[in-house]
Design a protein around this ligand. Structure first.
Ligand SMILES: Nc1ncnc2c1ncn2[C@@H]1O[C@H](COP(=O)(O)OP(=O)(O)OP(=O)(O)O)[C@@H](O)[C@H]1O
Length: 234
């Protein structure tokens, strides 16, 4: 699970995340929506311990540890651009990532995970510098799976992916959640949010102004609600 209680972050006089209460249980995907500058990435940074909140509490996977330590143990982070060691192959990148965590996976298990996420076999032992954005996202998901992460934190994961790669990515994330992970995804991609998420929240000026359960809304209705909520705040 992912939980924030009264999370608040200020930069100087500006409060960019304001008394934010979020709860994402295991097995659910939460889409964090909001216009540019709403505070989504700052929230993600606080969840992962990159950014120190001024007030409030973060809990990841029920761990009493501070967020940075809890994130190292339980969470995987997939950014818009997954950073890989360009001279290492896909398999070697996953192997290196696991060694950093003090663990080893046999090559056959890494290959099985790469196959599971649909990375083409010809790419497994090729250097990552030729990988597309979608292929890098897949390696990022394999790292999360290899780590056994119970919390997945995604920041703009589908930005710049073509529609086919975006759909495939969404299906993978849904499968990871169905296997029991709690997933939070900051995104502007309302279509993917509507298809993938169980719930979504709209952040405006650091405030969570609306939350919707997505089983009850189609993509058009989500967009209309989003725009109506923004207009009501203007
Ligand atoms: N290190 C920082 N110092 C000062 N202000 C910051 C810092 N980081 C973020 N901000 C400000 O905090 C606000 C929220 O930024 P944030 O990146 O969290 O928004 P966002 O919702 O992720 O936006 P986007 O959709 O454009 O990525 C913005 O006004 C931004 O300028």
């Amino acid at each position: 699970m992912i939980r924030s209680d009264h999370l608040t972050k200020r930069y100087g006089e500006r409060t960019v995340v304001n008394d934010l209460n979020l709860h994402v249980p295991a097995g659910q995907v939460y889409a964090l929506l909001g216009p540019n500058g709403a505070g989504k990435s700052t929230t993600i940074g606080c969840l992962l311990g990159f950014v120190k909140p001024d007030h409030g509490r973060i809990t990841l996977a029920g761990s009493p540890l501070p967020p940075a330590e809890a994130a190292i143990l339980h969470a995987a982070y997939i950014a818009e651009n997954v950073a890989l060691y360009e001279r290492l192959t896909g398999v070697e990148n996953v192997d290196f990532f696991m060694r950093l965590l003090g663990r080893r996976l046999p090559t056959s298990e890494i290959e099985a995970l790469l196959a599971r996420v649909g990375l083409p076999k010809h790419a497994w032992h090729r250097q990552a510098h030729g990988y597309s954005k979608g292929m890098r996202q897949k390696v990022g998901i394999v790292m999360a799976l290899a780590k056994g992460a119970s919390v997945l934190v995604l920041d703009e994961p589908t930005s710049g992916l073509d529609p086919e790669a975006s759909v495939a990515f969404g299906e993978l994330i849904r499968a990871v959640a169905d296997d029991g992970a709690a997933v939070i995804m900051a995104t502007h991609d309302l279509l993917r949010a509507q298809e993938l998420a169980d719930r979504c929240g709209l952040l405006v000026g650091g405030h969570l102004v609306s939350e919707w359960k997505l089983g009850e809304l189609n993509a058009g209705e989500l967009e209309r609600n989003y725009l109506d909520s923004l207009a009501a705040r203007a």
